[in-house]
Ligand binder design. Structure first.
Ligand code: FE2
Length: 364
């Protein structure tokens, strides 16, 4: 049957390349509440790298580090530092979707293949997308395990408080000036996604920096991918800073859904996660916007949670500080109550806060 983006079933796993997989694992377990669900490395017959598979509800995060010299992963790391190498969509038919993408001009990274083990058959194939990121299409409909190649982890779990993080809501890419339209069209042409919203110059700007953004999604809304590019500002835009220190485009943030953001943020703060500070003036500004929501504004302010709404409902969200050594990848924690926006009205408040951090690094 012919492929369409209605065949995209949702996000699957994320793979990060890191300098030290064991240490990164402790970070995500201790602070974000993941558990170690699988391991591969020399003990399981893999000689060139170590990878831990971290799980929390529907979230699957693979953290992978090379353990031999001259490994291809070193090339990624020496350029970008720790970062997202692979994002994945679950699809109905990997072969059909991959063939459709190549027929429409996508660059192949890995041909679709069946991987069989005692849990069944896992199918995946990959395409190249922005920067050194790959997009993998998976079919786990005949697979009862997590990801092939990982063995059960027998060591000590280091999870602290559970944080109730459920699943990926959206994944955001930063691309070079002039490339946002290219990548939005890429997802439309190669994978039949559609452009859903477009934030133009003037929508999202501060005195110092600006960005433009387009959001593409599958026609069944199972996956959403905002794409940012820098816009001309008086000083260096935060997207430009990302592109400079990441040495090119890549994944900027991953938004993770929770159904109890007050608990999630309180637990994460307790565990030691640092979030972007929200100016206290923000809660005066949103008083009217937040009228009638069940969450108390005092609680939201105590935890610095942001709120936005549209005609359909509202959302609560908060952004972490960058998680690595460079100001590149960060996370967003989001709870939706009807609203399917991205917190556009918070961009202004957020950017002002981000720019204060950028100024501290001397990059503004
Ligand atoms: Fe976001």
């Amino acid at each position: 049957m012919a492929y369409s983006s209605h065949d995209i079933l949702g996000f699957d796993y994320i793979q990060k390349y890191v300098g030290n997989a064991r240490h990164t694992t402790y970070y995500y377990c201790g602070l974000y509440g993941f558990e170690i669900a699988g391991y591969m490395g020399p003990e399981t017959g893999v000689r060139d790298r170590v990878s831990y598979l971290l799980k929390q509800n529907e979230l699957l995060l693979a953290v992978t580090a090379p353990i031999v010299p001259d490994h291809a992963i070193h090339t990624f790391l020496s350029k970008h530092g720790d970062g997202v190498r692979e994002i994945t969509f679950k699809v109905k038919d990997v072969y059909e979707a991959h063939r459709y993408a190549l027929e429409h001009g996508a660059e192949n990274f890995r041909d679709p293949a069946r991987e069989k083990d005692s849990h069944g058959t896992f199918i995946r194939g990959s395409l190249k997308i922005y920067g050194d990121t790959i997009l993998t299409l998976t079919d786990r409909s005949n697979y009862t395990g997590l990801i092939p190649g990982y063995q059960p982890y027998e060591g000590v779990q280091v999870t602290r408080q559970h944080t109730n993080l459920l699943r990926i809501d959206h994944i955001v890419g930063n691309v070079e000036t002039g490339k946002m339209d290219y990548w939005a069209s890429w997802f439309e042409d190669k994978l039949d996604l559609e452009t859903f919203v477009h934030f133009d110059k003037g929508d999202i700007s501060t005195q110092y920096s600006a960005l433009v953004s387009k959001v593409v999604r599958s026609k069944n809304t199972a996956v959403r991918l905002p794409i940012n590019e820098p816009a001309e500002g008086l000083k260096k835009s935060q997207i430009e800073e990302y592109l400079d220190v990441n040495y090119g485009p890549g994944v900027q943030h991953i938004a993770i859904e929770t159904d109890d953001i007050l608990h999630s943020i309180a637990a994460m703060r307790d565990n030691g996660v640092e979030f972007i500070p929200t100016p206290s003036s923000y809660y005066d500004v949103i008083q009217e916007r937040a009228a009638g929501i069940p969450e108390s504004l005092t609680e939201l302010e105590r935890l610095s949670i942001l709120m936005d709404k549209d005609e359909r409902g509202y959302l609560l969200q908060l952004f972490t500080q960058p998680v690595g050594d460079r100001p590149t990848l960060f996370y967003e924690i989001i709870q939706r109550r009807g609203c399917d926006g991205f917190g556009q009205n918070n961009f202004q408040a957020l950017f002002e806060a981000i720019e204060r951090e950028q100024a501290k690094r001397g990059n503004l």
